[in-house]
Ligand binder design. Sequence first.
Ligand code: S3P
Length: 161
Amino acid sequence: MNIVLIGFMGSGKSSIGRVLAKQKGMYFIDTDSLIESFEGQKIRDIFANHGEGYFRELEKKTFNWLSSCVDNAVISTGGGMPTVIDSFEKLGKTVYLKVDFETLLERLKAEEFDKRPLFADVEFAKKIFEIREPIYTQKSELIVDANMEFESVLKEVSSKA
Ligand code: S3P
């Protein structure tokens, strides 16, 4: 069984996921990194060269591939993946790292915005945030308050997942 972390950009999916995996003796997979290595391009270049629709297709393909052959892994997903995947059930136990928009703004400094094409415009990012909130809630088995400091979030996820 896998643990799947979902949530908005900057919610801590990758940083929490990496440490969680180590603690639990599981593998760690980050879907963005996987897509970057499949494609040989950074996420921002995939968006710039091929558009968002192409990237979402890659996310679906990655999800199907992971579901067919990965076990015993903590999987950190791109923030938009739950918008194109109906259910994460067949992949594993899904945990939503829930943060407030204000927390995200504090965490994601300007240089981080550059790595995340959808965060280039903060107003736009806030809109997506509001649209996605119910999607993350609906597609998760467990919701963890990820506004807390790293160690507290990690402890919470680790004890419940
Ligand atoms: C996206 C989130 C990013 C990355 C891409 C699109 C999104 O992942 O997949 O820039 O639509 O929210 P992170 O959530 O890991 O930043």
